[in-house]
Write a new protein. Structure first.
Length: 341
């Protein structure tokens, strides 16, 4: 069932139609990572007796696993991106436990290919399930996740709520918000040591560095964040959605809670980094960072050892950014690049 060895059912997504979507329920959209499409679909399908198999945190936030969600309350826990590997088999096994179960499964492209292989092998009727994957940056290792949760625990005490894509001003400027027994931690994702490491591709699972599935999918629908200039002015969140199968297309079109805008298909390349083969190189000192984390070094210490120097180098640009109007920054960046050559 390995997705790398058995992937006959994948399709190239680059020739699919592209849509911008968001939930018409504003609160749902605000709680979600981008447009709130995932949970909107879950709620619509729940009314048609489809459960959701989606990722939820364990009570202490140290693990993530897929849960079989057959109530509104359980679906709420699936909302939001969790940047660590989810134990997929827990929810998936529950879904498979009864042949008549109907469900929608959310997951990384590789999880969805694996799920499809199993569903096909068991000859489960295709009308009983929907498969939804997302554009995937990669999944951080639990070594990094443990250091992150330890760090949060030291700041806020026992965690009651964690949102890695908190939108308080603009969804493009997303923050980490942890509410705990002793207080609240709120920091721009890109400024937090965990966020910095993740966005610079540190400590991902080994397979993520060579993953081919950003361009291929075995799902009915591929979803993601509508990055790029097209929805730059939007503050609430917009999802990019590519229906892969007819079943997937019907699901979106018939959903009354979802606002749909058809966009030119080349918008895909302005929103997502679609690359074949090796996606990005393993960053320098990745092994050393992992070793140091295993030894128990804090994220703050890791940041000081491996990133502080680079950040200092970028300081002049940061200062200029703070002072100049947006339209001049592009030219300054070009000039700096030219000088550095
Ligand atoms: C690890 C990870 C990397 C991502 N990388 C990108 C990217 O590079 N570019 C991009 O455009 N979008 C990426 N996404 C997808 C994006 O963050 C949103 O999930 C997507 O835009 C849908 O947003 P939403 O508002 O509809 O729903 P959300 O509320 O975000 O819905 C989340 C759905 O994702 C599932 N989910 C959450 N965490 C996990 C997990 N760890 N494993 C499996 N399923 C999970 C939940 O079950 C839920 O159904 C990534 C998501 C994750 C979890």
């Amino acid at each position: 069932m390995c997705p790398v060895k058995n992937n006959d059912s994948v399709e190239d997504i680059t020739d699919k139609d592209v849509y911008a979507l968001w939930s018409k329920t504003e609160n749902l959209r605000l709680l979600s990572t981008s447009g709130g499409v995932a949970s909107s679909i879950s709620f619509k399908l729940l009314m048609e007796n489809y459960a959701t198999v989606g990722a939820v945190y364990s009570r202490d936030y140290t693990r993530v696993f897929h849960e079989y969600c057959d109530t509104i309350y359980k679906i709420f826990d699936t909302i939001g991106s969790k940047y660590v590997q989810s134990n997929f088999s827990i929810g998936f096994k529950k879904a498979l436990s009864d042949k008549n179960n109907k469900y929608v499964i959310f997951g990384t492209p590789c999880q969805i290919i694996g799920a499809k292989n199993v569903l096909k092998k068991l000859q489960i009727d295709e009308l009983n399930y929907y498969l939804i994957d997302f554009f995937c940056h990669g999944i951080p290792s639990y070594i990094l996740w443990k250091a992150f949760i330890d760090d949060l625990n030291s700041k806020v005490g026992r965690i009651y709520s964690l949102n890695l894509r908190f939108k308080d001003t603009d969804w493009h400027e997303f923050k980490i918000r942890a509410i705990g027994k002793n207080g609240v931690y709120l920091k721009k994702f890109s400024k937090d040591p965990f966020g910095k490491l993740y966005l610079s591709n540190y400590c991902l699972r080994n397979t993520c560095y060579t993953c081919r599935f950003n361009k291929f999918s075995a799902a009915d629908i591929r979803i993601g964040d509508f990055w790029g200039e097209f929805y730059e002015e939007n503050k609430m969140g917009v999802s990019i959605v590519l229906p892969i199968t007819e079943k997937g297309f019907d699901l979106i079109i018939k959903s009354k809670d979802i606002e749909v805008e058809s966009v030119p298909s080349n918008y895909l390349f302005g929103s997502q980094l679609i690359k074949e083969g090796k996606r990005f190189p393993v960053p320098p000192n990745n092994d050393k960072v992992l070793e140091d984390l295993k030894k128990g070094l804090s994220l703050k210490a890791i940041y000081k050892i491996y990133f502080f120097k680079n950040d200092i180098k970028r300081l002049p640009l940061k200062l200029v950014k703070g002072l100049l109007p947006k339209k001049y920054i592009k030219f300054v960046k070009k000039a700096i690049r030219w000088i550095r050559k």
